[in-house]
Ligand binder design. Structure first.
Ligand code: GRF
Length: 223
């Protein structure tokens, strides 16, 4: 399965996805990485990972979001991905993109959606003193962080745990959840029914050799 990944920053989720594909854990190939930030670490990770097409696509001064998305769509369609993955992509993906890839764009978000949509999700969670935190992969629709939920994983927040520490623990969950989500698409096990994502039965990463689970985490159905 051909996968395109959109990034804006460090690229640790991209790195874990590339590793999972290289090891054969996930039957997919990242054929394109695009970053809207020309200095994103993700671009170096993509180049070192021998991704065939690596594109820095900064927004032009004064360019509208629609015009930017039209350029992004050209880059995407040229590579004909079966799945588009948002891995720390900080721009909102507009309707031209969601229409071109219906049910085929996934995002990873560092909160248990529908709580804490948008930016600084972990900061919001720590400020409100939640006892359970986690991350979600979901299909991307025109509603920000609001598309059908695919997978979730959770950890108990520790007494006095800092935002920085919790961010690290949730990121470790993202590094498992996102490759597993791509794996489910590669296995054609995801469909949408009545606005909800359904994962068909099959193997589980809870018992899969080569998968290193995070200690003490809870992995929801489908993982
Ligand atoms: C992740 O926490 C992702 O959920 C959020 O941004 C972070 C990206 O990290 N949207 P990285 O660039 O994959 O290292």
């Amino acid at each position: 399965m051909r996968v395109a990944v959109l990034c804006s920053g460090r690229g640790s989720n991209l790195q874990h996805l590339l590793r999972a594909c290289a090891s054969g854990l996930v039957a997919a190939r990242v054929t394109l990485v695009v970053s809207d930030q020309p200095d994103a670490g993700a671009l170096g990770i993509a180049r070192r990972g021998n991704v065939p097409a690596v594109v820095a696509l900064p927004k032009e001064p004064g360019e509208t979001s629609a015009a930017y998305d039209a350029r992004l769509l050209d880059v995407l369609t040229a590579e004909a991905p079966e799945l588009v993955v948002l891995a720390g992509y900080l721009r909102i993906v507009g309707p031209a993109i969601t229409r071109a890839f219906p049910g085929r764009i996934v995002n990873v978000h560092p909160a248990l959606l529908p709580a804490f949509r948008g930016l600084r999700a972990i900061q919001q969670a720590v400020t409100l003193g939640v006892r359970i935190a986690g991350c979600t992969t979901h299909l991307v629709t025109d509603e920000l962080d609001g598309g059908p939920i695919l997978l979730q994983a959770a950890v108990a927040v520790r007494d006095g745990e800092t935002e920085e520490h919790l961010t690290r623990r949730v990121l470790a969950l993202e590094h498992l959840l996102l490759p597993r989500t791509v794996d489910l698409f590669a296995q054609r096990r995801v469909r949408v029914e009545l606005g909800r994502a359904v994962v068909a039965p099959g193997d589980s990463w809870l018992t899969k050799p080569g998968v290193e689970l995070a200690a003490g985490a809870l992995y929801g159905e489908g993982f």
